[in-house]
Write a protein that binds this ligand. Sequence first.
Ligand code: USQ
Length: 344
Amino acid sequence: VSIVDNFARRNIANQLGAPSLTPITPLLERTKRWQELSGKRIPAYLTDICVDRAGLARLVGEHDAVVHFGEQRSAPYSMKGMKRREYTISNNLTGTTNLLNALLRHPRPLVHLGTAGVYGYSSQSVPEGWVRWNDEWRLHPMKPGSIYHASKCMDQILFDFYTRNDGLAITDLHQGVVWGTQTEQTGLHPDLINRFDYDGDYGTVLNRFLMQAAIGHPLTVHGTGGQTRAFIHIQDTVECVRLALENPAEWGQYRIYNQIAETQRVRDLAQKVASLVAEAQIDYLENPRKEAEENDLEMDNQGLQELGWDPITLDDRLMEEVTEIARMYSHRVVRNRIYCTSEW
Ligand code: USQ
């Protein structure tokens, strides 16, 4: 395994003044620690895949498969003014296109991190990517709720084209909102701990609530909290990527899995967290986002289970683990970065 990184996430965290709650050691220290513990070396390349096409193609040629996580992944950040809109579109689409072009030269299975948000949020059961339309399989209609989600919809159009036209083998993992901090591997040493984003741009809702409860901050429910979303624990993210790599798509196939363990309503999550941490207060704030106040959501998630995935669902013990980590690092919280200030 090798890592290609341009440190975009670390740089954005610095610009926003919102570092990870957990201290993140420099990449080379992380890989060194991992090598000491596992005996496995992970070479790391400081490369911007939007710029260094030749370097990217060379690296692709030297490996058996590619996992593509290299995109700006926050909806609020993508809606924070014109520059961030432009950055999100140009970064995400240029990176994806350059990678696809590298795969034309060196065909390898690609596993991409998509988003459950490409479909919009509907109470009719959402299939895994494809619907029948005029006797043909077509991509499910898309309804992004932010520029970030729109960039992942556009990725889908590129993947559909490159598989049909060029015969590439692509798996898109349409993932829900991630919660949790540690995986089996990152739990081995403090130097390996994952990011814990809690700020109004990058923090995802359940981790935010757990961290807010841990430091005695009111839980920031947007609107009525009637939004239903899909969720997955971070350990399962890793597990699903492994399954997708070990069981690659066929050449010419654009395969889509809904990488979600369960659906949950935001206000129910807030209540669950409040019942775990006695003194937690819930605040119902004016919703900074343009999204339905209330929605139901049903989503198929059979594909990965057929490959052997046994999803982790909301679990008090795992939620307490996150709360413990939040308490341990509460001295690092930048309190004025908690509220979501990106409005659309
Ligand atoms: N929300 C609150 N209070 C908060 C934060 C969020 O009520 O303090 C609400 C939001 O308004 C939204 C829901 O919780 O209705 C989810 O928000 P989120 O920030 O946890 O997740 P989202 O912006 O949808 O994006 C995250 C990841 C993104 C991934 C996506 C999966 O940042 O990379 O693609 O989850 S999904 O939501 O299924 O599209």
